[in-house]
Design a protein around this ligand. Structure first.
Ligand SMILES: *[C@@H]1O[C@H](CO)[C@@H](O)[C@H](O)[C@H]1NC(C)=O
Ligand SMILES: *[C@@H]1O[C@H](CO)[C@@H](O)[C@H](O)[C@H]1NC(C)=O
Length: 517
């Protein structure tokens, strides 16, 4: 599953972790420092080892460091011990190139030398839990004697009570294989153990370290999707506080996330949360609910199109669909307002909020596109459309501006066939009809006339580059005289992109680009 990039939540966390790192620095380390010469001899014999590829200058690596140290110390105490190592890619350039390292930090789990992507969290407890799960088989055979201990192995432990030859076992194993990174799975065959646990086989029970500690699955066990939905729905607390350390869980749950933004000591916080819990219970499995520190994460509120000026406030985010539903004024009975808002949301009665600047009167050769007229302009079947999505603060965008204006001028005489447009993606949301969100600036996309498909422009950002791309991909006859092309316009490199400063919430881990800026 892919999600957009990271959030304002994370920037704050990185800062906190960096500060903690200074305080916690100690002389000896349990993290093995690997070099080109030691890499194979250390990594290949280990049935399980975690390796971080990092650069000392990278802020995300610095933020991870104290958590990585803490995890190494804790995981060495496991039996058998789980080792943790690191490679400094500024020193070991060849080794990192051979491992195809594209950004820092990159974490990989090696099993006897075979790498797999590490997809877990970057906080100590999360890393420890993830690696402990990696050390277990995807589905553990659990005896009666082991059961009590096994139930507490992780935040969420799924146990199937099934006879040895049960036909349900293959479905449960399949789910376990697929979700082994997220949950611990066990199989109890012993009928006496099931009885002692108060369970009648065939049954699946979830043991949790939060809310009600035991939840029985009530659907058919051979329903793979049903089991997965059950796991997703029950693996988060009813209404938890959300922050960078647990955001991933919600992003991966694949259902919309509802936020109650409140000051930590907000006057009505407790009463509101009590009411929200009832709503959350009602829509469990359809919408996840969290509360969030509004002062700390005001940029996150703004990214959900809340004004960010008064609390409490509420918003629902459809993370997959990139849609947001803010509710600014909660009135005197916030619990009630939220309940009816969520009901409307689930009933499909709400219209997603799309931030837009006012529609402009067009005066220049480049069309100034805003969200409110997006569909009308870009899905005008008669025209090919080239759009630059930019941010005012982005240096590469500023450099591109004169080229873009010149490009607009080149096509000005055939405006009925092609539109050269630009859209400020910080003051306008990209409507869901586009089917994409912008991750870096500038992003340049082309939509040939008559279709709904977008093409990425990844060529040279020169007049020649754009003209050639357009003539190759346009559906209309939009040839311009190449000699009329003004090549004095500023030249910019294709690879130059900038990440948003206030990134939207996302799940892809925060990475530093391979070389320092
Ligand atoms: C780790 O190894 C690198 C060589 O790969 C070396 O330059 C660096 O000084 C080592 N760091 C420590 C803390 O030993
Ligand atoms: C060519 O582009 C440059 C930079 O944008 C501009 O100053 C110049 O006037 C343009 N010349 C023509 C002939 O359009």
């Amino acid at each position: 599953m892919r999600f957009p990039s990271r959030s304002a939540l994370l920037a704050t966390a990185a800062t906190a972790a960096t500060l903690a790192g200074v305080a916690c620095a100690h002389d000896t380390s349990d993290v093995i420092n690997l070099s080109k010469d030691s890499f194979k001899s250390v990594v290949d014999p280990e049935p399980l080892i975690l390796v971080e590829f990092f650069a000392p200058w990278c802020g995300h690596c610095k933020a991870l460091a104290p958590h990585y140290e803490e995890s190494a110390t804790a995981l060495l105490k496991e039996s058998p011990p789980i080792k943790i190592a690191k490679v400094d890619c500024t020193v070991e350039e060849d080794l990192c190139a051979s491992q195809d390292i594209q950004g820092y930090p990159t974490l990989k789990v090696f099993r006897n030398g075979t790498p797999a992507e590490y997809t877990g969290p970057r906080k100590a407890d999360g890393i420890i839990s993830y690696m402990k799960k990696q050390a277990l088989p995807s589905l553990s055979k659990v005896s009666a004697a082991e059961l009590a201990d096994f139930k507490t192995k992780d935040r969420v432990v799924a146990v199937a009570y099934l006879p040895e030859q049960s036909s349900h076992l293959s479905t449960f194993s399949k789910v376990a294989d697929k979700h082994r990174d997220a949950y611990v799975f066990g199989h109890v065959a012993d009928a006496e153990a099931a009885k002692a646990a108060g369970v009648t086989p065939p049954a699946v029970v979830l043991y949790r370290s939060f809310d009600e500690p035991e939840i029985k699955y009530t659907g058919p066990i051979d329903d793979e999707e049903g089991l997965e939905d059950f796991l997703k729905a029950q693996s988060v607390p009813l209404v938890d506080e959300v922050g960078p350390e647990n955001f991933m869980t919600y992003a991966e749950a694949g259902i919309p996330l509802a936020y109650y933004f409140t000051e930590v000591n907000g006057a009505n916080k407790d009463a509101d949360l009590k009411a929200i819990r009832e709503t959350a219970q009602k829509y469990r499995g359809k919408v996840n609910f969290v509360w969030i520190d509004a002062d700390k994460f005001v940029n996150h509120a703004k990214s959900l199109n809340l004004a960010g000026e008064s609390w409490p406030a509420f918003a629902i985010q459809d993370i997959q669909g990139g849609q947001k539903f803010p509710l600014e004024k909660l009135g005197s009975d916030a619990g009630k307002a939220i309940a009816s808002f969520v009901e409307d949301f689930v009933g499909g009665k709400l219209v997603a909020s799309i931030k837009s600047e006012p529609i402009q009167e067009q005066t220049g050769p480049v069309h100034v596109l805003v969200a409110d007229e997006f569909d009308k302009i870009v899905y005008d079947d008669k025209k090919d459309v080239l759009v630059e999505f930019y941010a005012p603060w982005c240096g590469h965008c500023k450099k591109l501006a004169p080229t873009w204006d010149t490009l607009g001028e080149r096509y000005a005489s055939i405006k009925d066939k092609i539109t050269i447009a630009k859209m400020d993606a910080t003051t306008n949301d990209i409507p869901p009809s586009a089917g994409f969100q912008v991750q870096s600036f500038p992003t340049i996309k082309f939509k040939p006339a008559g279709g709904r498909e977008w093409l990425d422009f990844n060529g040279d950002r020169t007049i020649e580059g754009f003209v050639e791309f357009i003539s190759l991909n346009a559906k209309n006859d939009v040839k311009v005289d190449p000699s009329a092309v003004n090549s004095t316009a500023a030249k910019t490199e294709a690879e130059q992109h900038e990440k948003p400063k206030h990134e939207e919430v996302s799940s892809a881990p925060a990475l530093c680009a391979r070389s320092p800026r």
